[in-house]
Write a protein that binds this ligand. Structure first.
Ligand SMILES: Cc1ncc(C[n+]2csc(CCOP(=O)(O)OP(=O)(O)O)c2C)c(N)n1
Length: 354
């Protein structure tokens, strides 16, 4: 077992930073949901509503040169990694000022500068890639670590097990973070996982692991620091953060598979409201401060939406410019509307024999 980092109580400034981060994710996602109903956003769109505590605590523990890979439910992680809300919103709108120049959308954000490595729509797609990044760090002798975020449904994908096995065998600097929101689309974790206490799966790979209350940003922060220290020391780690999903799987899912009571229970566990109460009881937050933070964040999110609306659509001719970093043989670069095969040359009438 790795040596545990000493738990240090966060300062009021750190607590306020966690709270502000959680409110930013909450208001941003609410705005994204609204923009979707206004048809400003196309394609799939999955929100972090209910996971704000995990996002805030996890991301605050990362160093600037660490890498993060996520699933498609990633807006909050992009924001918390310091990517400007304007660029995140513009990406949702599919505009050229978006973080992926408008070609990625909600599920495929990517920003090399902040080492935000995406944004993957295939369940588990990010897990081998993140493991490969950890191998690259180890190979080069770097001190960075990789965080690989995923939902609990992902722990039943073969690539999850292959990746954890190889990471443990090769002592790779990676933390696998399972966000257990209790549901993979409409299926509960109890129905889909023979061992629903997912952190225990690490035992199969002799990997250190822990389960933490994902609604508590301070607990997530401490647990992530321990996990990252372990990873940097060559001991990969599995961290399970338990929280709830406040709405449907994606913005278009009415979540009819959940009973009214279950939905109410998920909403009652609201991590933003709970943390506001906790910090108010400690005297760190006041009603005025709550209102002030809310107003500031709302203004920021409104500005992001206005920026996104004003940003131009990407030019169609740039569609393939960012697909691969290096040329790929037989890579079709056919633009929408272009014929599959070039038209055969017509025989010219001149010179045609009679
Ligand atoms: C390989 C693959 N299988 C199925 C799907 C369809 N699908 C999209 S999201 C999802 C549920 C994943 O749940 P979880 O990993 O818990 O993540 P969450 O949505 O809760 O963040 C499924 C089955 C997919 N995208 N990729």
């Amino acid at each position: 077992m790795p040596r545990k980092a000493r738990a240090v109580a966060p300062t009021p400034d750190e607590q306020l930073a966690f709270y502000r981060q959680m409110v930013q994710v909450r208001r941003f996602e609410e705005r994204a949901a609204r923009a979707y109903t206004e048809a400003k956003i196309g394609g799939y769109c999955h929100l972090n509503l209910g996971e704000e505590g995990t996002v805030a605590g996890l991301m605050a523990a990362m160093q600037p040169d660490d890498y993060i890979f996520t699933n498609y439910r990633e807006h909050g992680y992009a924001l918390a990694r310091g990517i400007a809300p304007e660029r995140v919103m513009a990406e949702l709108y599919g505009r050229s000022d978006g973080v992926s120049r408008g070609w990625g959308g909600s599920m495929h954000m990517f920003d090399i500068e902040s080492r935000f490595m995406g944004g993957y729509g295939i369940v588990g797609g990010q897990v081998p890639l993140a493991t490969g990044a950890a191998l690259a760090i180890d190979y080069r002798g770097g001190s960075e670590a990789v965080i690989c975020q995923m939902g609990e449904g992902t722990t039943n994908i073969g690539a999850f097990h292959e990746s954890l096995n190889i990471a443990a065998l090769w002592n790779l600097p990676i933390v696998y973070v399972v966000i257990n929101n209790g549901l993979g689309m409409g299926t509960t974790v109890e129905k889909s996982s023979a061992e629903p206490e997912l952190y225990k799966r690490a035992a199969s790979y002799r990997m250190a692991s822990a389960r933490v209350d994902g609604n508590d940003p301070e607990a997530v922060h401490e647990a992530t620091k321990v996990a990252l220290a372990s990873a940097r020391a060559g001991k990969p780690y599995l961290l399970e953060a338990v929280s709830g999903r406040m709405k449907g799987h994606s913005v278009v899912d009415p979540a009819k598979y959940r009973s009214k009571e279950e939905t109410e229970a998920a909403r009652a566990g609201d991590p933003v409201a709970a943390y506001a109460t906790r910090l108010s009881e400690k005297g760190v937050l006041t009603e005025e401060l709550i209102a002030q933070i809310d107003a500031e964040v709302r203004a920021e999110v409104t500005a992001a939406a206005e920026f996104a609306d004003a940003s131009p659509h990407p030019e169609v001719k740039t569609l393939f410019d960012y697909t691969y970093a290096t040329p790929v043989a037989n890579d079709s670069r056919r633009l929408p509307g272009e014929a599959l095969y070039p038209a055969a040359p017509r025989p010219s009438s001149k010179g045609a024999s009679a």
